[in-house]
Design a protein around this ligand. Structure first.
Ligand SMILES: [Zn+2]
Length: 353
């Protein structure tokens, strides 16, 4: 349960201090030492190294690649002299919080201030994602507004719209029993239903870090926040979802695009499942529309360096009138976040047994 508390709400100062010191403690004591490491020798490959360490390649191959994806050579070969992390054997004992299943009649209610006054009360309607942990990261924030478009004299800032969709997704996943961490957090913008979201600069990075202006420092900060949490949740299913809005020429109408790191099979599977879910929903709701969303590899710092399998989503072109409708209207922001939730549930059901 402790890992659940810091995920979304921070309404109590005492909790905040307690969690901050807990996180500090975890970060400084257990994180670095949790992984056993090996140094690759001549002739070593992932299979042989896993076997030598009593880990079944069938079970741990993908995890090994995820943990070491920045250090692998061509075709996932090991490079002699480099140090690699070994996956941690999953705990087989049941989690305490699963021992008392929630029945329909006793649906749990929780309050998360981060969703704002109108949306802070959340009813946990199912436990289907109780073994899933999602790290949700909206693009930019703090001093960096990301892409800027305009409509009817209003500035449209990428970070505000990406944040609202991400927050709606966080609420959707929480309702289904998931543990959700909002990595970029705004202390006073909850879920907003207006068309024009006022830009501000007060977003912070989990748990409460000032976001630097320098791009690399900003990306590293978010990635490190995710990677610290990853170590605490290792017996669970974990995914990182990064949400941005693209900026292209005014003429270019684009669909929702999904990117994954080239070394991550799980990330690729996740991206494809999300794309298929969007294709299926568009076919159902707007049969004449056609959908040209795509999945591709892309070399992006956050998805390359984060430990959990990750997907990077571009919701559209902030400069294109038709794309703008996808995020200007709150109903559409909600629909996008519902479809993302449904895709994430499919991915969880396919990947985690
Ligand atoms: Zn962006």
């Amino acid at each position: 349960m402790v890992s659940y508390i810091p995920s979304i709400h921070f309404e109590l100062n005492t909790y905040r201090i307690f969690i901050a010191s807990l996180l500090l403690l975890l970060a400084s004591t257990s994180f670095a030492q949790d992984y056993k490491t090996i140094t690759a020798q001549k002739g070593d490959g992932i299979y042989s190294v896993l076997k030598q360490n009593g880990l079944s390649p069938g079970e741990y191959l993908n995890q090994f690649i995820e943990l070491n994806k920045t250090k692998l050579g061509k075709d996932n070969s090991l490079i002699i002299g480099r140090t690699y992390r070994l996956p941690i054997v999953a705990e087989k004992k049941p989690q305490i919080q699963d021992s008392a299943p929630v029945t329909e009649a006793s649906q749990e209610k929780k309050v998360y201030e981060i969703f704002g006054d109108k949306y802070k009360d959340v009813t946990i309607t199912s436990r289907e994602l109780s073994k899933a942990v999602f790290y949700l990261m909206s693009g930019h924030g703090g001093p960096d507004p990301g892409a800027i478009g305009s409509l009817n004299g209003h500035l449209l800032c990428e970070d505000e719209y990406a944040y609202d969709v991400t927050l709606r997704l966080a609420r959707n996943l929480t309702e289904r029993g998931a543990t959700v961490y909002m990595i970029i957090r705004d202390p006073n913008d909850g879920i907003r239903d207006e068309q024009f979201l006022t830009p501000d600069r007060d977003e912070v990075c989990f748990p409460n870090q000032t976001i630097p202006l320098n791009q690399l420092a900003r990306l590293r900060q978010g990635t490190e926040a995710v990677n610290k949490l990853y170590a605490q949740n290792r017996s669970k299913f974990q995914r990182l979802v990064v949400i941005h809005i693209d900026s292209r020429s005014q003429k270019q109408n684009i669909d929702v695009f999904f990117y994954h790191d080239k070394r991550s099979d799980a990330g690729k599977k996740l991206a494809n499942t999300l794309k298929d879910t969007f294709g299926e929903r568009y076919a159902r709701h707007q049969p004449t529309r056609g959908y040209n969303g795509s999945v591709s590899e892309r070399n992006l710092y956050v998805i390359k360096n984060s430990f959990p399998p990750a997907v990077f989503i571009e919701l559209g072109n902030i400069n294109h009138t038709r794309d703008q409708k996808r995020f200007i209207f709150s109903d559409n922001r909600q629909a996008v976040s519902n479809w993302l939730r449904d895709g994430l549930i499919h991915d969880f059901n396919k990947s985690f047994k």
